[in-house]
Design a protein around this ligand. Structure first.
Ligand code: PPS
Length: 301
């Protein structure tokens, strides 16, 4: 359809959600689910798994720099989603279709996924692939997701904030329940090769978390290199880096007038969004949902 309003990008049709094993996913992902199920992992592949908006891109950049020994030019060889494809994502544009990209790549591949642990294709476990899981506190996570859904014209319409928060609590957003997502990987972290990280720890002491990632990947990274990688992956540095800030995604998909992809990158921004009543209701529900685990989430630093 022609776009008569020159001030706004032409709106793409937002996807609806369909379910796989009770988990809501974008409809094109569900339509092409057999490709995800049949995917073949190499033992050298690394999976970076997160609930959406938990710090995926940041972790991807750190990993790519570690594997490339801090070579900034090498890490700028292509945008994030081309260097480290998004496994389950399917789109008409082949560079945005994870499996189409991955099938052209040899090992070792760094792969992004938002799938909850029970939907991770069995091939990753059979091949013994390492997995880095990043979790972010629920309140900041839902705020970040809300702004992302405002700007990503492929995601379902977020609607007003109060209803959006309700949907998050009910597990009705894309990729399902945050609560079950973080718990699923937490419970398996000692049985499987999973490094479980927290966004808030990365903010508090990035050098320490970069070192943990490096050791998990079996890399011998010097203190100097850790420091360089830390400088190259600050929020400010990544926001300026066109190969790490998703600025190559067209405005017809990412409406940057609505929000930036690298929006604030803070811990505690939820305080600017939750009313005191919302916070009270959320915490009661949170305590019930998280009563069966003791995951040390931190809501401010
Ligand atoms: S996605 O679409 O699920 O892959 O998004 P994801 O990358 O997981 O999450 C995006 C949020 O992470 C913030 N971000 C950072 N914070 C601090 N430092 C660095 N380097 C960094 N890079 C990305 C990004 O700003 C999003 O959070 P919000 O709170 O919306 O700003």
């Amino acid at each position: 359809m022609a776009n008569n309003d020159q001030t706004k990008p032409e709106l793409r049709t937002r996807s609806s959600l369909k379910e796989i094993q009770g988990i809501p996913l974008l409809e094109p992902i569900v339509t092409n689910w057999d490709r995800v199920e049949k995917f073949k992992a190499f033992p050298e592949d690394l999976l970076i798994a997160t609930y959406p908006k938990a710090g995926t891109t940041w972790t991807q950049e750190i990993v790519d720099l570690i594997l490339n020994h801090g070579d900034a030019d090498q890490a700028r060889r292509a945008p994030t989603h081309v260097r480290m494809p998004f496994l389950e994502m399917t789109a008409p544009n082949p560079t945005l279709s994870g499996i189409t990209q991955l099938e052209k790549m040899g090992p070792p591949r760094v792969i992004k996924t938002h799938l909850p642990i029970q939907l991770v294709p069995k091939t990753f476990w059979d091949a013994g692939c390492k997995i880095i899981y990043v979790a972010r506190n629920a309140k900041d996570n839902v705020v970040s997701y809300f702004h992302f859904d405002r700007m990503n014209l492929v995601q379902p319409e977020p609607g007003p904030w109060p209803q959006y928060l309700h949907k998050f609590m009910k597990g009705q957003l894309g990729w399902g329940s945050w609560y079950e997502h973080v718990k699923g990987y937490w419970r398996e972290r000692e049985n499987k090769p999973i490094l479980y990280l927290f966004f808030e720890d990365m903010k508090k002491d990035p050098a320490k978390e970069i070192r943990r990632i490096s050791e998990f990947l079996g890399q011998n990274t010097s203190d100097q290199l850790i420091d360089n990688i830390m400088q190259m992956t600050t929020f400010a540095a990544m926001r300026e880096n066109p190969m790490a800030n998703y600025s190559t995604i067209p405005e017809t998909i990412f409406d940057r007038q609505a929000s930036e992809f690298l929006r604030k990158g803070e811990v505690g921004d939820w305080k600017n969004h939750f009313s005191s009543q919302e916070n009270k209701v959320f915490e009661e529900h949170y305590n019930t949902m998280m009563a069966d685990v003791d995951i040390p989430f931190c809501f401010s630093v």
